[in-house]
Design a protein around this ligand. Structure first.
Ligand code: NAD
Length: 302
């Protein structure tokens, strides 16, 4: 039997599909404590997780573990180097939520461009504040700068083009695309974009990719959106930039600590925070769960 530990909540549908595989012996412990995980992990062939951090200490005791599947996109909660050094394959489900995150990103663009948050809150608080909220901006004719032109970035581009935006992107790879978009250096992109949306993974090359120097290159009325990972933006530099009156707004779905610890960041009047819900659609989550089962079956060839 192939022993699989599910160490984070997984949908009943996914659990059902996994249980249907005769070769799989499934243990479901969605609330397992870190010390128990470290103690028990060596008894399993595969580990299925969502956000649980799998660090070197846990991997030290991995024994015969052969596969870690992250039900979701980024792999920044797993010590990949340590896992690979131990011969453990690490997989994720990157396709599943690209559309959900892209649609959400466009929602955030409009949210910030038209002050939807302020309008909604002021009405709920019994105020009628039309005048203050009448200097929004349209998307049509504006330049959308996409940093990281992978699965999500390219889906955002399709939608931005449909709104009549001009789209430029920056990526470390040589991207081939049929879309009418232009590849720019990061500096060029920051210089020309009215909206800047981040879609890179968090790694050594992207940590604080957007810091003081980059923020200062943005247009003074640019809107910055981060649905990638906390840490891609240097938060201190962002606060300084906003306090200096630069940038129209920063819309943040992701934070270095989640929930975020910096009250100053969350409460800043031109920061629009959201609780990491970019992938939060029923369709996206359903795809994640069927994809997880597919990955495990393919890996063990069953
Ligand atoms: P992807 O791997 O398909 O695309 C990422 C792109 O970024 C690649 O083309 C890569 O070459 C590029 N890139 C990497 N380093 C770069 C750098 N230094 N400069 C410029 N480009 C760089 O990934 P994806 O599926 O599009 O997802 C992007 C990120 O979105 C994920 O890594 C994840 O962290 C985040 N995400 C967030 C949510 C959410 O709920 N907010 C959901 C899913 C994914």
């Amino acid at each position: 039997m192939i022993r699989i530990l599910v160490a984070d909540p997984l949908s009943s549908k996914a659990l059902e599909l996994l249980k249907e595989v005769a070769e799989f012996d499934l243990v479901y412990k969605p609330d397992v404590k870190r010390e128990d995980l470290a103690a028990e992990i060596s008894q399993f062939d595969a580990l299925l997780i969502r956000g649980t951090r799998i660090d070197a200490r846990i991997l030290e005791n991995a024994g015969n573990l052969r596969l870690i599947v992250r039900a979701g996109n980024g792999l920044d909660n797993i010590d990949l180097e340590k896992a690979r050094a131990g011969g453990i394959e690490v997989r994720n489900t990157p396709e599943a939520t690209a559309v959900s995150v892209a649609e959400y990103t466009i929602g955030l663009l409009i949210f910030a461009a038209r002050f939807l948050g302020q309008a909604f809150c002021s009405m709920k608080e019994g105020r009628w504040e039309r005048n203050e909220l009448f200097n929004g901006v349209e998307l049509q004719g504006k330049t959308m700068g996409i940093v990281g032109f992978g699965r999500i970035g390219s889906q955002v581009a399709c939608r931005a083009l449909a709104f009549g935006m001009r789209v430029v992107y920056n990526d470390i790879l040589n991207i081939e695309t049929d879309l009418p978009v232009n590849g720019y250096s990061l500096d060029e992109l920051l210089d020309v974009s009215d909206f800047i949306s981040l879609h890179v993974p968090l790694d050594q090359t992207t940590r604080h990719l957007i810091s003081r120097a980059q923020l200062s290159k943005m247009k003074s009325d640019a809107i910055l959106i981060n649905t990638s990972r906390g840490g891609v933006i240097d938060d201190e530099a962002l606060l300084e930039t906003l306090d200096a009156g630069h940038l129209r707004a920063a819309v943040l779905d992701v934070f270095i600590d989640e929930p975020p610890k910096s009250e100053r960041l969350i409460q800043h009047p031109r920061v629009y925070p959201f609780p990491h819900i970019g992938a939060g659609s029923g369709e996206g989550q359903a795809r994640i769960h069927t994809e997880v089962v597919k990955v495990a079956k393919e890996f063990f060839n069953v």
